[in-house]
Design a protein around this ligand. Structure first.
Ligand SMILES: [Zn+2]
Ligand SMILES: [Zn+2]
Length: 283
């Protein structure tokens, strides 16, 4: 099998209903031929510290039980891009119910994107790699141009931030945001809407900062028109040829890997577009 790594996997310690046990992950990874992989639970803000602590404890127990995984099974995080306005409010405790998903409404437009993480936190929980995820629009207007600009701003933030190792699931949109822009129900259309300049700017930032671009097999959880998938994988293939490192990520949220990973569908695309999986991101 061409796919032997998966760096984007959620366990039951992610705050969004992901439910995989470490034990199930290790079992499936072995059976599916995944040799190098990592757990990347969600970290939106400091409010997720208890989740990461619990996940780290389970990770260490798993390594103790399966010492042969050492050097192949890793502990990462998926960070969300947040706004400095909401992080300031969270830091001050300026909320009634703990905003586990951040403060998604009411922020000022054009807020600066941030990650709510410190070097001390990374060291404390021995975080080996970081995936940067664009998970929501940060208080922009609802017209197409504003949304495209906002998404691009956040992708560029991830691609330029020294803490990011991998840019997550390009083309994934939050269902709440899709309500604001229903024609994006097929997310591949986004790719056709954005300008050549924006695409090139992102590719340059990934390359210059050595941030890997994730091929998200989660893309196959929905049916997409072949032409749009072709457009996407054609672009990914060009990106690899221009020197961007690609990373494999299923973004699994289920109770096991096998029902979610769609590795076979991605493999077809890799073959068709001559994408070289031996050059994929690996720790
Ligand atoms: Zn994500
Ligand atoms: Zn994820």
């Amino acid at each position: 099998m061409a796919i032997t790594s998966d760096w984007h996997i959620h366990t039951k310690h992610s705050c969004d209903g992901a439910c995989m046990e470490y034990e199930a992950l290790v079992k499936d990874a072995k059976e599916l031929g995944i040799k190098d992989y990592g757990v990347s639970d969600h970290y939106h803000s400091r409010l997720q510290e208890p989740d990461i602590k619990a996940s780290r404890e389970d990770y260490e127990k798993t390594l103790e039980k399966y010492p042969e995984l050492k050097g192949h099974f890793h502990f990462g995080l998926e960070l969300s891009v947040m706004s400095d306005w909401e992080i300031e409010k969270i830091a001050k405790g300026d909320y009634t119910e703990p905003p586990l998903w951040g403060i998604r409404m009411g922020g000022p437009e054009n807020n600066a994107p941030v990650y709510d993480i410190t070097d001390e936190f990374i060291e404390k929980y021995k975080i080996e790699y970081i995936i940067g995820g664009v998970h929501w629009l940060l208080y922009c207007k609802s017209d197409k141009e504003s949304i495209i600009k906002e998404q691009h701003k956040q992708y560029m933030f991830c691609a330029s931030n020294p803490k990011t190792d991998i840019l997550a699931h390009y083309l994934w949109f939050n269902p709440m945001d899709l309500k604001r822009w229903p024609e994006m129900e097929d997310p591949c259309k986004y790719h056709l809407e954005i300008s050549e300049t924006m695409r090139n700017e992102l590719v340059c930032a990934l390359k210059e900062n050595n941030v890997a671009f994730e091929i998200s097999s989660g893309l196959f959880m929905k049916e997409h028109p072949t032409t749009l998938l072709d457009e996407y994988f054609g672009w990914v293939s060009d990106m690899q040829r221009s020197g961007v490192v690609l990373s494999m990520g299923s973004d699994s949220h289920a109770e096991n890997l096998r029902n979610y990973c769609n590795y076979d569908k991605v493999e077809e695309m890799l073959k068709h577009y001559k994408i070289d999986s031996s050059k994929f991101f690996c720790l």
